[in-house]
Design a protein around this ligand. Structure first.
Ligand code: AMP
Length: 284
């Protein structure tokens, strides 16, 4: 496995399958890398993992400062999962100095999924501008044919899909199901920041998604999920049942998703799942 630090190191690894990450890798990331390796195997394409804590997508400077950084362990996860190259650039490689406030790299036009849903977009102003900016920059440097993203960040997946369709239509974006711990908590690099009692309460995120799935009315589903969160002292930021593709209001007949953001102590958690509500109604 090759460790690339500069853009000049990347050409031998162009046209491969790409997994962008911010490091602090866990079994969820490893599953994405293994999936990328399986996609790359038939044509022996490179498997590139990027590790870059992107400052422009953090709306809270404290969140950026305390984001876990574990490069040595990350390299081992990448190697074991089948990566051929890890791209771990410096901030100056991604955002060449010269532009004030990191404006030297353009921010692509944001798709409606990044501004309209009133979910992550509303609670983390500027977040998707940073995500789109860094993804486009990484795509231009790594030049992959396919890139794998986790369903854990459902709105991000929708945003990156839409942005890529207009900016780099030849690049295929592939979603991978969420990997969970035994109690149902979605794996996240931020889980390591949870205090012990908040860690014990955090699996209520998954319980809340299950509760939402028991109701056939979207508003009742949202209320049930909120109750499950509050009963476990998780503080909801939003609980929303939405059309899975547009993230707009649900439509009978189209796949729906329930999306949650909540705080457990000082740590912000997000999760989502299929919402089977309308289907439950038709099978009754
Ligand atoms: P991150 O470095 O945590 O921002 O995430 C890098 C990629 O891994 C993103 O595409 C995430 O959606 C994905 N990811 C993070 N956690 C999980 C998980 N538990 N299951 C599946 N994918 C994940």
């Amino acid at each position: 496995m090759h460790l690339a630090r500069a853009a000049e190191d990347l050409p031998p690894f162009h046209h491969g399958v790409f997994v962008p990450t911010m490091g602090a890798l866990h079994a969820g990331h490893a599953a994405l890398i293994r999936h990328a390796a399986a996609l790359a195997a038939p044509k022996q394409l490179p498997v590139v993992v990027s590790i870059f804590v992107n400052p422009t997508q953090f709306n809270d400077p404290k969140d950026l400062e305390r984001y876990p950084r574990t490069l040595e362990a990350d390299l081992e996860v990448c190697r074991a999962a089948g990566a051929t190259c890890v791209f771990a650039p410096t901030v100056d490689t991604i955002y060449p100095p010269g532009g004030a406030d990191r404006t030297s790299i353009r921010v692509p036009t944001l798709p409606p999924a990044a501004t309209a849903p009133n979910l992550e977009d509303a609670h983390r102003p500027g977040h998707f501008a940073g995500v789109c900016q860094v993804c486009l920059r990484l795509f231009e440097l790594v030049q992959p044919t396919r890139a794998v993203f986790g369903e854990k960040d459902w709105q991000q997946l929708a945003v990156v899909r839409a942005m890529t369709a207009s900016e780099m239509p030849a690049l295929e974006i592939i979603g991978h199901p969420t990997i969970r711990e035994e109690g149902g908590l979605a794996m996240s690099s931020r889980n390591t920041l949870l205090m012990p009692q908040d860690r014990r309460r955090a699996p209520a995120m998954a319980r809340a998604l299950e509760e939402a799935g028991k109701h056939t009315d979207p508003a009742e589903a949202e209320q049930a999920a909120k109750r499950a969160l509050l009963a476990n002292r998780l503080v909801p930021e939003y609980v929303a049942v939405r059309d899975a593709a547009t993230l707009g209001p649900v439509n009978m007949g189209s796949p729906a998703r329930v999306l949650i953001a909540a705080r457990s102590g000082s740590v912000r958690l997000i999760d989502n799942a299929i919402w089977p509500g309308f289907r439950l109604e038709t099978t009754d």
